[in-house]
Design a protein around this ligand. Sequence first.
Ligand code: KDG
Length: 336
Amino acid sequence: MNFKHLVVALSVGVASVAGGLAQAQDIGNRTIRFGYGLNEQSNQGRAAKVFADEVARLSGGKMRVRAIGAAALGSDVQMQQALIGGAQEMMVGSTATLVGITKEMAIWDTPFLFNNEKEADAILDGPIGQKVMDKLQEKGLVGLVYWENGFRNLTNSRQPVARLEDFSGIKLRVMQNPVFIDTFRTLGADAVPMAFSELFTALETKAVDGQENPFNTILSSKFYEVQRHLAVTNHVYSPWIMLVSKRYWDRLSADEKKVLMDAAIKSREFERQDTRAEAAKALADLRAKGMQVTEFTPAETNRMREKLGAINKTIAQNVGEDLWNEVQAELAKLRR
Ligand code: KDG
């Protein structure tokens, strides 16, 4: 490298350090309580750590995220209220539990909406996902990014579930969300809405027979210890959403908001990759832990879809026909 190039390289280097320091100067000392519901060893917990580390890195250590798992700060619904009231700064949780706050979130509960992760990423990270996320602001929440909870599958302690008729008689815990309640009552199960934080004990004591969650959660929450049967239904793709209290967000500088947004995007990329890698080998892991696995055939899956057709009409009415049609049109484009 000749002298001229060396001078240029040095001046660029000095500028970037100065830029960083300048950014740090607009950043105050902040401690952010970031709550989540799964345990620290889960995919949710691993991604929360990535987010916390990235915030510290980007802010030069001035902004510290305390990631607090296992619903220690409350259930998803309780944390949402704490953010709205300004008693807690951030959380990540299910979009399904936000339906009582922003009805448009129910679009993501539509059975069989997405056929694969590619479609989910394209819609959630595109203008439609942003539009639905922006609806939260009028209710005191700021959505930053979607993470992947994943495709949901059914476990129970009573019987193998391999066809539509097998749902009948199962007392099934579902998320506190009207679409999930309607979906499983339509399929013949006795749907019982319950917070995630109460679920393991309810399964262990047989207060409920079963539940439905992605493979990752079945593994990390050790549901295989209290559930013998796993039915691979992939009946809906569930997103998680990272939220900030709007009361807190509005007090941040532009640089502080950029730190949180950039760290959120990095955590999203990590979380999806990490979750998919874990899910890819989860079925073998769950079999190895003794679960009896049945996989729904395409024919049985189509029977479920047909049975649930009426649910789609209700969702379209609740979220608004325009949003419903926009999602369907975008999916049709992706499937061409
Ligand atoms: O706090 C846990 C929830 O974020 C999430 O796991 C929701 O899938 C969920 C469930 O079944 O409650």
